[in-house]
Design a protein around this ligand. Structure first.
Ligand code: MG
Length: 254
């Protein structure tokens, strides 16, 4: 039993098979949104700013909840090949404006939103402290689904800009998590030839944990809201806060 188990802070999901003794990881792959970057805050600030700039008198909270749903729907349509990424940028606001009965230039609004969102570099709690502590010991990378220039801009504008050896975006890889294609691309980029040396950390069971599990690497589910796991997949580890990574990854390296 190690300290983590005794404290009960790091819960090992049923069926997980953690390696015993010395942990062999060398490469940590972090998801970006809702793991290191506070996606909801970035979205809120971008939408609020764009509404203000455009002189739209809509309540931000009402808009945000509808926008989030419309945006999710459109990304699913993108995954199914029904809409291009370029079309999606304006289309999400065309639908939002239609719902609120607003006359507006959705294309221009989409561009204004994206410009602001690309500067959305708000971090999740403890992201900086945890990456600071891990950086001397691990090859840290980001593995994110999204638009390349937007994700690069957000990360390079954040306090985490110097922490990563590689930033891998689905846009550049040509595949999205959970597809094996993005993992193949990432492993080539980071120079990892032994899957047992890699751990993926992310909040999404359907992309991060499913992707890592299918690819045959260890997974750490970041689950701050204590959501139930109905995915049928047991992550190797489950944590409620990013600081729980420290005893997990650093204790045996002292
Ligand atoms: Mg995420």
């Amino acid at each position: 039993m190690n300290r983590i188990d005794e404290a009960g802070e790091v819960r090992r999901a049923e069926g997980a098979k953690p390696t015993s003794g010395k942990r062999p990881y060398r490469f940590i792959l972090f998801d970006a949104d809702d793991t290191l970057l506070d996606f909801r805050r970035c979205e809120r600030e971008a939408l609020g700013g764009a509404l203000l700039d455009g002189g739209y008198e809509l309540k931000l909270d009402d808009c945000l909840s509808r926008y989030s749903l419309i945006n999710k729907e459109l990304w699913l349509e993108f995954e199914r090949g029904q809409v291009t990424q370029r079309e999606l940028r304006g289309e999400r606001f065309r639908r939002l404006f239609a719902e609120f009965g607003v006359e507006g230039d959705a294309e221009a609004f989409g561009a204004a939103y994206l410009n602001r969102f690309g500067r959305g570099s708000f971090l999740t709690p403890d992201a900086l402290a945890v990456c600071d502590a891990l950086k001397p010991h691990y090859d840290l990378s980001i593995l994110t689904n999204g638009v390349s220039d937007v994700q690069f801009s957000r990360i390079s504008g954040s306090e985490l800009k110097d922490h990563f050896d590689h930033i891998i975006v689905s846009d550049d890889a040509g595949f999205q998590k959970p597809s094996a294609g993005i993992f193949d691309y990432a492993f080539r980029r980071i120079g990892c030839t032994d899957k047992s040396q890699a751990l993926i950390v992310g909040d999404s069971l359907s992309s991060d944990i499913r992707g890592g599990y299918d690819y045959g690497i260890h997974t750490c589910w970041f689950n701050p809201e204590k959501l139930p796991n109905e995915s049928g997949i047991a992550p190797t580890y489950e944590i409620g806060g990013l600081t729980e990574l420290l005893p997990l990854l650093l204790d045996e390296r002292k």
